[in-house]
Design a protein around this ligand. Sequence first.
Ligand SMILES: NC(=O)c1ccc[n+]([C@@H]2O[C@H](COP(=O)([O-])OP(=O)(O)OC[C@H]3O[C@@H](n4cnc5c(N)ncnc54)[C@H](O)[C@@H]3O)[C@@H](O)[C@H]2O)c1
Length: 339
Amino acid sequence: MKIQKRIKSAVIGLGVGAHQAKALYNHPDCQLKWICDINKSRLSKIGSELVETKRTDNEEDVLNDPEIDLICVASYDEAHHRQVIKSLKQGKHVYVEKPMCISKSEAKDIRLTLKSNPKLRLSSNMVLRTCPLFKKVRNVIQSNKIGEIYHIEADYLWGRKNKLISGWRSEAEFYSIIHGAAVHMIDLALWIYGKKPCAVQAIGNKISTLGTLQRHNDFAVLLLQFDNLMSVKISAHGGCVHPHFHTLKVFGQKSSFFHESTGTVWIDSSSPDQMPRPEHSEYPAKAHRNQALVSFVNSLLSPKTDPLVPQEDVFSVMSICLAAEEAVQSRKILPIEYL
Ligand SMILES: NC(=O)c1ccc[n+]([C@@H]2O[C@H](COP(=O)([O-])OP(=O)(O)OC[C@H]3O[C@@H](n4cnc5c(N)ncnc54)[C@H](O)[C@@H]3O)[C@@H](O)[C@H]2O)c1
């Protein structure tokens, strides 16, 4: 006899969403009922690996299916708000790719819709939380082993310029390198430090993709300020000449941590004679990247457990991204309104 699986799920958009589809398909307490993509050849390629999963190129088939409990939204940024709202209104939990949405009014709308459906949950794919190296850094910081933190720097070196200058990111009416790339480093910094900033200053430019189809900034640098005057500097490089990499530097009272493409070390002394301590925790960690989704599914199955990326964190990071984008436009230091 076939065992009834407990969560019925669907994925819309099969780029990064193809990984989510496979994770749901392989989850022991989940059924992947639908995959959806407007690109029919992608749909049939991914679908051929997922026996008994239905395929559609029409999102309405998925959104209107009363049997579905969970929808993963992994379509283009500008479609997220529409698909998230429709999913919630149809009583479905949502795992949405970053950015959750692209404007303040959309974020407020999602917040209100969640408030009127209090049993529903939302999470997002803040994938750096799944990396063993960053988990280790978080544990060290939170156990106070390197003392009070006074500054963090985190750089998203995308190294995949082609993704910015062709395809949907170059065609979209609005595209934000902050929502697309800085978002991961903002989430990482907040997650390891454990506190939220109160203000943001930011500038950006589009020098590295000049003369291409990309009309929006490909670079941004943000300075986040905290109540205790601790600071976080984030940069997002859409067009850099560098392999894909996430640089992280943490400065504590007792030690510093540097994760750069040249090496990963803890530095416990200002003396040039004392060698830094190499850190060997795994990075990058593609094999772990579905943990955020798997933990979300598990939290739906056991509602007392928190997912790796709780809903409140998704809103906090989105609020910071939106304030930072506004700060680029206004060239002012802006207070962050948490939505
Ligand atoms: N968390 C991460 O690390 C991460 C990594 C990459 C992308 N992303 C996010 O994932 C989203 C998709 O990016 P991508 O790189 O996978 O792009 P992609 O172009 O590779 O894939 C997107 C897919 O969505 C499909 N699609 C678009 N609109 C659709 C609709 N209305 N209905 C059904 N299918 C639709 C497209 O045909 C395409 O196959 C973006 O929001 C991006 O920011 C997140």
